[in-house]
Ligand binder design. Structure first.
Ligand code: NAP
Ligand code: MG
Length: 482
């Protein structure tokens, strides 16, 4: 029997009434461990202790807050090889991607450590004589953080770091599919000099503990990254209590390839953007919108680059594409392959489940052609190592296809024309635009987020994060003699 990892509640590691097993998707015989599921009474303990701890934390000196965040970040970066391997083992991403994710997660902490000291507000003269106005930001209070399994450490870190930096307490509900990396991060935070109860880890299913968390009137702000359907559910719960919230959801990102594209850049961007992280990312380019005059050459080159990708065990040297993160995800991927065929696409390569030396949720990355933008395949988020080529006649059609989606996280264009690149940047209906780059791959010091059904509420990352994690207070101070 493997050991059961605990939840971190009110400053203590506590057992739960039940636990779940964490399975390696590269080798389902490998059970990483058991993970305690928090009860609703434990959630309440977390919320009550957070309320008290937050006041102490907000009153803690800025340099102490900064030092705590810096230490967390530095430890994550220093241990990125070890923690990245654990992440790769439980999620299925190639180990190099796992290490990169943990390192980046550390950078979110060191970045927000510095933000702690960026203290500035506004002052103004009142319209009335002898009265001054002071405008400053204060913490929200207790923040609920709900994160997905696909970037379990990075998404959580880009929420936890600013939440703490701006003086809040945190209740974190990670995805049940990836609890090991959550416990690892919580363990680092638990060793810092912070008030007991400031940071809490509550593992459990979204439908039970996640739902109870977002419905609690003891929560003052919610940051959620995950699927559209769950996001709407959270919005309903938040509206009921008038809790401030932010949603980062799915997408259906287009990569436009123009006739004047550098074909090497186009193929590299499309291959990485569509199949990196096994296609399991909100920034994946599952729609390749390609100018007709370059279409055949692009498809030929993409077929070669897609077929050459090495699918394998996440921890094995040379693996470029890991397994799907779960049996359900693989089943969904194969269903979408069938849908693509039924809707009339031609599969030029990949798309079948693979049996390798270890039992895992493997699939050969797939390139489909002959797609049009009305197909369900090209309207729904796949979260799979699949991309569909949509042939277009010219730039105007490319832009209109790119924008014809319910989502709007990232749009990309590959072109050597400055005027087309500029026009696209201005007219793409998405929160992020990439020119001659893959749709995936963003920085941490600038805002990240989407439009339409991809996002709701304030932007995450960079200085924009303060819009969610702080609230503004306007004070009027009379100097007397009115
Ligand atoms: P998900 O099923 O929506 O789950 C996300 C989180 O919400 C998990 O922790 C889940 O818990 C929890 N949850 C589920 N139901 C809940 C409820 N009723 N109340 C509160 N919490 C609940 O998404 P996923 O399958 O983990 O992740 C994939 C999705 O995330 C994709 O749509 C992807 O595009 C999106 N994503 C977006 C971004 C972005 O920044 N835009 C980044 C990464 C991923 P359990 O899973 O443990 O039950
Ligand atoms: Mg899920």
């Amino acid at each position: 029997m493997s050991k059961t990892s605990k939840n971190y509640i009110a400053g203590d590691w506590v057992e739960g009434p039940s636990s779940i097993a964490n399975t390696n998707p590269s080798d389902t015989n490998d059970i990483i461990g058991q993970y305690a599921q928090a009860s609703s009474a434990q959630l309440d303990d977390a919320l009550n202790s957070a309320h008290i701890a937050q006041r102490q934390w907000a009153a803690t000196g800025l340099e102490q807050r900064q030092a705590v965040l810096m230490k967390i970040g530095e430890e994550m970066m220093a241990r990125s090889a070890e923690l990245g391997e654990l992440l790769a083992r439980e999620e299925g991403k190639p180990v190099a991607e796992g290490k990169g994710e943990v390192y980046r997660a550390g950078q979110f902490f060191t970045y927000y450590a510095a933000e702690v000291l960026r203290q500035s507000g506004d002052t103004a003269d009142s319209v009335r004589p002898n009265i001054e106005v002071d405008v400053r930001r204060e913490p929200m209070g207790t923040v609920a953080i709900i994160s997905p399994w696909n970037f379990p450490t990075a998404t959580a870190s880009w929420k936890i770091a600013p939440a703490l930096a701006f003086g809040n307490a945190v209740i974190w509900k990670p995805a049940n599919l990836t609890p090991a990396s959550a416990v690892a991060l919580a363990e680092i935070i638990s060793r810092q000099e912070i008030p007991k109860g400031l940071f809490n880890l509550v593992m459990g299913s979204g439908g039970s503990i996640g739902q109870a968390l977002v419905e609690s009137p003891k929560v003052h702000a919610i940051s959620f990254t995950g699927s559209y359907d769950v996001g709407r559910q959270i919005a309903r719960a938040a509206a009921q209590n008038l809790t401030k919230f932010q949603l980062e959801l799915g997408s259906k990102n287009p990569l436009v390839v123009m006739d004047d594209a550098d074909i090497d850049v186009a193929v590299a961007a499309a291959t990485g953007g569509a199949f990196g992280s096994t296609g399991q990312k909100c920034t994946a380019s599952s729609r390749l919108v390609v100018h007709q005059s370059i279409h055949d050459e692009f498809v030929e080159r993409m077929t070669a680059s897609t077929s050459a990708l090495k699918v394998g065990h996440a921890l094995e040297d040379g693996t470029q594409i890991g397994p799907a993160a779960s049996a359900e995800q693989l089943a969904s991927n194969l269903d979408y392959m069938q849908l693509g065929r039924d809707e009339g696409c031609e599969v030029v390569c990949g798309g079948d489940a693979l049996e390798l030396a270890t039992p895992g949720h493997y699939m050969q990355p797939a390139l489909l052609i002959g797609g049009d933008n009305a197909m369900r395949l090209n309207r729904e988020e796949l979260f799979a190592p699949m991309a569909c080529v949509i042939k277009v006649a010219d730039y105007d059609e490319a832009l209109s296809v790119a924008n014809d989606t319910d989502f709007g996280l990232v749009s990309g264009i590959i072109t050597q024309s400055l005027s087309k690149a500029s026009h696209f940047r201005r007219n793409a209906e998405s929160g992020c635009v990439m020119v001659n780059l893959p749709t995936a791959g963003t920085d941490y010091h600038v805002p990240f987020g989407g439009r339409k059904n991809s996002s709701f509420g304030p932007r995450e990352q960079g200085q924009y994060a303060k819009e969610l994690y702080t609230q503004v207070k306007t004070s009027y101070i009379s100097s007397g003699n009115p």
